[in-house]
Every structure is written in C-alpha cells, then in structure tokens.
Design a protein around this ligand. Sequence first.
Ligand SMILES: *Cc1c(COP(=O)(O)O)cnc(C)c1O
Length: 492
Amino acid sequence: MTEPLIYELSSPGRKGVSLPAVDVPETALPEGLMREELPLPEVAENDVVRHFMRLSQLNYSVDTGFYPLGSCTMKYNPKVNEDMARLPGFALTHPLQDPDTAQGNLAMMYALQDWLMEIGGFAGVSLQPAAGAHGEMTGILIIRAYHHDRGDKERNKILIPDSAHGTNPASTTMSGMEVIEIPSDARGNIDLDELKKHCDESVAGLMLTNPNTLGLFEEDVQEVIDLVHGCGGLIYGDGANMNALLGVVKPGDLGIDVLHYNLHKTFSTPHGGGGPGSGPVGVVEKLVDFLPDPVVGIVDEGDEAKPPLYGLITPEKSIGRVKAFHGHFGVILRAYTYMRMLGKSGLRAVSDYAVLNANYLLAKLRDTYKVPFDRICMHEFVAEGHWDDAPDIHALDIAKRLMDYGFHPPTNYFPLIVPEALMIEPTETESKESLDAFVEAMLAIAKEAREDPEILKSAPHKTLFGRMDEVQAARQLVLCCRPLYLDKPDNK
Ligand SMILES: *Cc1c(COP(=O)(O)O)cnc(C)c1O
C-alpha cells in the first residue's frame, strides 16, 4: 500500500474526538472493563475517515460492478431498502418491548410471512433462521420432530444429491441425521435408479435443490418427490434458488414439505463476508405445529373500529427457539420493502429476467467454453474453465484474469461434480450492455489462454495485490490492522 497505515500516523496525545466537560462526579471504571494493553492508534478524525474510506475503495461490490458469483444471487440491492431499515420507528424498537407497543413491526413481519407462504405455496412460515444453512437445520429438525411425533423414531437418513450445496450435508449432520449421497445422471438430474435403491423406511427425507446447483430444473422432480413420499419420507426444498421460480412455480404445489428462502439472495439485502442474512422456513399444513417458537400471529381480529392486534405465538409442538428474539429484523424489513416495491408482477419479472439473462450468457459462451450439461438453464449455469489445447490453464486462472477486466469472478470449483467449474449467475439486474462486456472479456481470455497463457497464470495484474497464496491466507487469517502485524509477519 502506498498510503501510510493508520498505526504509522499515530502520534502520542493526538485525539480524534473531543468529549464534553464532565458534569457528574468522576468514578473509576469497574475492574476488567478497561483494556490498558489495547494498542489503539492515536490519530485525528480525518485520519480515521481516510483510513476506512481507502479500505472501502479496495473492495469490489455489486455497487461497483458486475458480480456473477453463481449460487450467491449478487443482485443489485435497491437503496430504498436501506431508507426503510433506518426509519426510527423500526430502527429504534427493542426486541424486549411489549408487543402491544411494537404493532407496526409485527404487522410487517406478519405480512412478510404471508407473502412467503403465497410465493412458496405453504401453510406457515417462520422468520427466525439467520441464514440459508440455519433454515436448513431448522427444516431438518422439523422433519425429525414430525417423524418422532408419529412414534416413527427409526427414520434417521436424509438423502442428498451429489450436486447439493455443501451446507446441506453439514446441517443434516448437525441435526443428528445421517447423510446418504445420491449421484446425478448424465443430464444433471437426480439418478432415479440410485434413488430407488435407498427409498425405504429408514428415510426421514430428501433435500432437493430445484433448480439444482447446475442451474438446471430437475426434470423428474415429480417422480423424485413421489418416490420419497412413497416410502414415508418428507421433502426438504433448498430454496436458495428461488430467484428462478418467483411467480412461476410454487414449491409447495410440487410436493415440497419444508423449504428455506434466502431473503439476502432472492429478496435483495446486501450479503457476502458472512452476513447478516435471513433464512425463513415455509412448511405445509401438517408441519405448521412444529415451527420454531415464536411466529407472528393475529391474537385479536379487531373490527371496523379497531385494527387487528398482532402477537407472538408458540406453535403447539414447536421444535423450540432457533434464534434469539425474532430473527434478523433489519434483513426481514429490507426484503419486505423489496417485495412491496416490486409487487406481484414485478416479482414474476425478476425470475423471467434472471432466467433470460443466464440463457443469454450461456448462448454467447457455449461455443467457447465447454458446458457439460448443456440445456436451457434457469438463473445460472456451469461452464468448464479448462481446454485440452491450453492444458496449463485452470478455472482459477480465468477467474483471476477476469479481475483485470473489471469483473468479479464467477464461483469456482463448485458444484464439485463439474471439474474446473465456473458457475455463472448474472441475476436480473444487469443490462444487456454489462452482459455483453462480460462476454467480451470471457472471449478475450479464452484467446489469451492459447496465445499468452502466462498472462492468465500470473493474473491479476491490475489489482493492488497480485495473485495470493490462498492456502497461507486461510491458515494465517489477518482480519484487522494491528501494529504487531507491521513488524511480525506471523501476527503473533
Ligand atoms: C447460498 C446457498 C445456501 C446457504 O445459504 P446461506 O445463507 O449462505 O447459509 C444453501 N444452498 C444453496 C443452493 C445456496 O446457494
């Protein structure tokens, strides 16, 4: 970095803030609250502002450019969401407040539950889970509770296709269930013959991602669901890919029993870098009683003179709380705003354009990049970042080189069933011009791969830092600027 680090600017006694004169008697802070050894830089306010402003400019975001990170739905997040989340009436309420004094918040949550039920074809929704993976765990715990409640305690297996997101087996294992992997067939669908072999009375359920992580609609979805229901199992839907389905297909109508939504993906709240997110769970009628506690309900219908009274309700056979208070309220509110801004036809248009944009890119790139499962895709598709006539080039090199062209790389090396995977999800918020610019960069890189492979192997060249040692970066994670870091590279 050319600019001085904030610790280098530190000067003993320099202050960034002036506190008002004390107008109460001074007392010492309680023991242990004051960390004397904390090495804070002594700098002025503008040093601090410049430090953080510079850091923010090093970041790549959807607000600075195209971000086709497959499976993550990095759509543009409308700024009106932020305005609504900052309204004092919402922002200043406290989760321990008496529900009678937070009726606006509860009405908003109730409406969102209702819309998610309508979009998914479900009978109940809980807004509690903090992210998609958390929704998965909640859903699997609901499936488990349902079987146990019927006295069926032997069902301990969850079938998971090999194309599933890594969170599926992880949340299943965390819920105390056993994972059985089901392979995909040559068209990228769940292999029905393999599925049949595993459908028996030990199956608690199957986790289905549709469209799957190849961006493909599961062609035999009805048969898969019927097979699992036929042996007494339930269907968990990984709804992270709802961006392809809004107003087109209701998962509940397909026979999915429980599904999580990723509000931070489909319904536009900023995400990446670990959160916060929101992964509400929708369920069919027979699972409503098992939803986590509490859900928002109407406790008094009201009449012409009196509006309905909202309250927090504990479902009868609830699996219990999965999150403190009421979920990530700020994310819930942003998703609510997004849905109100778009309305019914707008939400349907989201999916139409998300699918159209992905198919446009696929059509433009399929002659240059190998597409292993080449059929009409949904909101994303998976290409291979490798060519036989450029044997040294790998998907990672293409991803890094894309940064030089000003684009965020696509998802790399996922899903695992495609070697050298480049998973591309443009989302509906990109113009034809930005899609065309991306295509141009991808075609130029394919040419460079043959003519000047070294420029790819050593990319990126235009970023502040060049090619990273990713293994070392993961092992020696340095996330904050500390004075120790300056003279001791091991940061100990
Ligand atoms: C993103 C994603 C998840 C996990 O969601 P998080 O909110 O990141 O926990 C699960 N499944 C699929 C298919 C996803 O794309």
